[in-house]
Design a binder for this molecule. Sequence first.
Ligand code: TRP
Length: 76
Amino acid sequence: MSELTHSKDYIVIKALDDGVQVIGLTRGTDTRFHHAEKLDKGEIMIAQFTEHTSAVKIRGKVVIQSSYGEMRNDQD
Ligand code: TRP
C-alpha cells in the first residue's frame, strides 16, 4: 500500500440482525483476530483496511457496500 498506512477506501457494513460481529484479522505472518465489534440491527460500521487489519470476517446478516459493489448475505 505504498507509504499509506491504511487504504483510502472504506467499507460500509449495515447489520440486518442483532448480534452481528465484525472481526478484524491482523496483517502479517500471524493471522489472528484482534478486534470484534458487535452491531445490532440497523447499526452501521464504516471501516478501512490498515497496517493492522488485512481482512475482516463478518458473522451474521449484513449489507456491505464497497468499491466492489453491494453485497448481502441474508439470501442463500
Ligand atoms: N485499530 C484497528 C486498525 O487500525 C481498527 C480497525 C480498522 C478495524 N479497520 C477495522 C477493526 C476493521 C475491525 C475491523 O486496524
